[in-house]
Write a protein that binds this ligand. Structure first.
Ligand SMILES: *[C@@H]1O[C@H](CO)[C@@H](O)[C@H](O)[C@H]1NC(C)=O
Length: 471
């Protein structure tokens, strides 16, 4: 998942300094962990699979300055071992997109793309039980590493599933492509965005994309059909300065406070829908005040007897794709930041909620989407359960294909796992990891097996045609 904000993505930067301090400790730990007796039984084949996952996790691709070359070499090695065609595409300097392909027996059929990102968010080294790039497995089989959930697990699970299907002699009818993209955690503009806008992507004739989801704390895998769009904005109130003792009209602080109240009221009404169970968190508009600046600073604090002439508040707002953005904008203009109250609103980021056909950018997972029953059946066959499909609360690279009207499902097969993406001590249990590989084996087989009948194109109008594809 993309960092909550770009700057938040760099929140752990200061801890880079700690790297040197823990280096010695790191070496010691890695050595001792190799000897650790693991309390889970794994076959030789599983052990080899897990070792490859750990090898990937050990490659440091941490922001703010990820070095993508070692990870590219690793992926080239994997593709060669498995026997996949491989291309390294470089749309931005030193930011390679690794594209692997398993050609189907009928390569002209629309293909399936499995996407994952190779980069990871910064870590607070001091707060980790094990070094975050050691991929240490503890006695319970939990593998600790930055990226173990977000989302090196998924990237390797795709490859392990393909490796296993290939070894069994399986031949897909339609082609399967696997892309490993950089920079997702900082917005993907030099990664997924450029890739999805490229000729290379168009040539793949992709009918369906799988990308990341989230871990689930219960037994049901979570699955995502859309995500919320980001609006970052700040509201500035201006007024005349005044003595701290005066009760005056038109003060900046007071005018900003009214804006804050209006926004808080709206926030409460949205939050209430979640609290009452009427809506899931991804289905409402979230708006949070993320900074406040005002006051006249002094070396020891603020001038106390002065009402400042300017005050500002910043907001992170997230919109599900069905939001009427014109109505929301009107509310902002009239209630949150009306010129008549001497407040102005500026956007730092304002992403649309519609795809390029002007329809809500989402992949409906319903009976009209031919991929959905196949997906459900495969997860069930692998012994998994699915939760009700959701809208992702933040951003992922899946927004790029959805924008083009190409169906994209967000899915990271991790059940019974605490949600630790971007958190300290991010881990994934080895059994969950291996179970996920089996899930992908089923999914890939049902997506790419020869079908007797060609499912007919949906006849329910242009709207469904842009969000559903043909098989
Ligand atoms: C807005 O600013 C003008 C000019 O300073 C002032 O006369 C007016 O009272 C202000 N309005 C409000 C609502 O603060």
């Amino acid at each position: 998942m993309e960092a909550i904000s770009n700057s938040a993505g760099f929140a752990g930067m200061g801890s880079g300094r700690l790297r040197g301090c823990v280096l010695g400790l790191l070496v010691l730990l890695v050595l001792s962990c190799e000897q650790m007796v693991v309390g889970v039984d794994l076959s030789d084949k599983e052990q080899a699979s897990v070792a490859r996952f750990q090898e990937y996790l050990k490659i440091d691709t941490v922001h703010p300055f990820p070095n993508y070359f070692p990870v590219t070499d690793f992926l080239i090695g994997q593709a060669k071992q498995i026997g996949l065609d491989i291309k390294v595409l470089e749309y931005a300097q030193a930011k390679p997109v690794v594209l692997m392909s398993w050609e189907g027996t009928e390569p002209l059929l629309p293909s399936v793309l499995l996407n994952s990102h190779t980069d990871v968010v910064p870590v607070e080294f001091a707060n980790w039980k094990y070094p975050p790039f050691s991929a240490t497995m503890d006695e319970a089989g939990n593998i600790y590493a930055r990226g173990s959930q977000d989302m090196k697990c998924v990237g390797m699970q795709y490859l392990e599933a393909i490796r296993s299907l290939k070894a069994s002699g399986y031949k897909p009818q339609r082609s399967i492509h696997v892309s490993f993209v950089p920079d997702e955690e900082i917005g993907g503009s030099d990664g997924a965005q450029k890739f999805y806008e490229s000729e290379d992507f168009t040539e793949l004739n992709v009918a369906l994309v799988l990308d990341e989801g989230l871990a689930s704390e219960d037994n049901n895998y979570r699955v995502f059909y859309a995500e919320r769009s980001v609006w970052w904005f700040y509201i500035t109130a201006k007024g005349h300065p005044g003595h701290g003792s005066r009760l005056l009209e038109g003060m900046a602080m007071e005018n900003l406070r009214i804006s804050l109240d209006k926004i808080a009221e709206f926030r409460t009404s949205e939050f209430d829908k979640v609290k009452s169970g009427e809506k899931a968190e991804g289905e409402v508009i979230s708006v949070n005040n993320v900074y406040l600046t005002a006051g006249t600073p002094t070396p020891t604090g603020f001038v106390m007897n002065l009402q400042p002439s300017e005050a500002e508040a910043g907001f992170d707002m997230r919109l599900p794709p069905i939001v009427d953005t014109d109505a929301l904008q009107k509310r902002m203009d009239e209630e949150w930041a009306p010129a008549s109250r001497n407040v102005t609103c500026r956007f730092i980021q304002k992403k649309g909620v519609l795809n390029k056909f002007g329809k809500p950018s989402m992949t409906l997972l319903d009976e009209l989407n031919p991929w959905w029953p196949l997906f459900q059946e495969s997860v069930a066959k692998a012994g998994g359960k699915l939760a009700r499909p959701e809208i992702f609360m933040a951003s992922t690279d899946a927004r790029f294909p959805r924008f083009q009207g190409i169906p994209a499902i967000g899915f990271s097969p991790m059940s019974n796992t605490p949600i630790l993406l971007h958190d300290n001590n991010e881990f994934l249990n080895v059994k969950e990891y291996l179970k996920g590989v089996k899930v992908y084996e089923q999914i890939l087989q049902s997506f790419t097996s020869p079908t007797e009948e060609t499912p007919s194109k949906s006849s329910t109008g242009a709207f469904t045609e842009t969000i559903h594809s043909e098989l």
